[in-house]
Design a protein around this ligand. Structure first.
Ligand code: NAP
Length: 249
């Protein structure tokens, strides 16, 4: 039997990068999957390719999230019991140059968005007395500072995702809902910017990343799948780096 046979998953940011790889893997492992993204056309196209359901919503907007989670239940024929919060944005700018609008956008997407979707999904599960799992995507940026690409708002939002994960893990444990986070390092997705200048990018990999390569979205998806599976049944509230060793030194 596939590991996720009979389970229903909602993956935000599923049209690209880590969310896309996770949608694909969960589907391959037997789950019925809804991908949610704010780009309707990208969501529809990706869902068609992967044979999953698509829902368009902006995770920053509470009402859209509520509607999307209800629509996901209808599409899946029951509450999603796997949530992967992969929608996110990255902006790099020095601390003194960040303006309020950009700060709010980064926080609203990465932190508030993760909370809104987790709240809607968890309330639905608690209502029907069903257990489940939530995996949030933080970052090594939530664990350590970055001298190469400053992004104070991004880093603070990702540290917030770790705090969100821990607190939710404690409060949702009595309902059988496990909540964990992954902290990716440099993963080869459209979001990655450090390789825009290959000279700086390759020097960074050489000097800062013990495994000396970028991570693949499929590798992050595999960790997310493990944390969502029964094999990780005693794991909750952790923030697991997947970073080629970048946070070791
Ligand atoms: P990605 O390829 O840009 O995928 C993120 C997806 O989320 C995109 O489809 C994006 O749409 C969508 N999205 C953005 N804002 C949204 C919103 N308000 N509502 C709904 N969907 C929205 O990036 P990724 O690298 O896979 O990143 C996935 C997660 O991993 C993010 O939380 C990111 O911070 C985290 N992460 C990535 C790395 C890395 O090196 N790639 C490292 C650490 C952590 P658009 O394309 O239109 O923006």
């Amino acid at each position: 039997m596939s590991r996720f046979e009979g389970r229903r998953a909602l993956v935000t940011g599923g049209a690209s990068g880590i969310g896309h790889a996770t949608t694909s893997l969960l589907k391959e492992m037997g789950a019925d999957v809804v991908l949610l993204d704010h780009d309707a056309e990208a969501a529809r196209r990706t869902a068609e390719d992967l044979g999953v359901h698509a829902i368009t919503a902006d995770v920053r907007r509470a009402e859209e999230v509520e509607t999307a989670v209800a629509d996901a239940s209808r599409a899946l024929g029951g509450r999603a019991d796997i949530l992967v919060n992969a929608a996110g944005i990255y902006r790099f700018r020095s601390a003194l140059e960040i303006d309020v609008a950009e700060w709010d956008d980064v926080f609203d997407t990465n932190l508030r968005g993760s909370w809104l979707v987790a709240r809607a999904v968890a309330r639905g599960l608690v209502d029907v007395g069903q257990p489940g799992t939530i995996v949030n995507i933080s970052s090594t940026a939530g664990l350590v500072a970055d001298r190469v690409e400053p992004a104070l708002h991004y880093n603070a939002s990702k540290a917030g995702v770790i705090a969100l994960t821990r607190q939710l893990a404690v409060e949702l444990a009595p309902y059988g809902i496990r909540v964990n986070a992954v902290c990716p390092g440099l993963i080869d997705t459209p979001m990655l910017r450090i390789m825009d200048d290959p000279v700086i990018g390759l020097r960074y990999l050489d000097e800062m990343v013990p495994l000396r390569r970028l991570g693949r979205p499929e590798e992050v998806a595999a960790l997310i799948a493990f944390l969502s599976s029964d094999e990780a049944g005693y794991v909750t509230g952790v923030a697991v780096p997947i970073d080629g060793g970048v946070t070791l030194t």
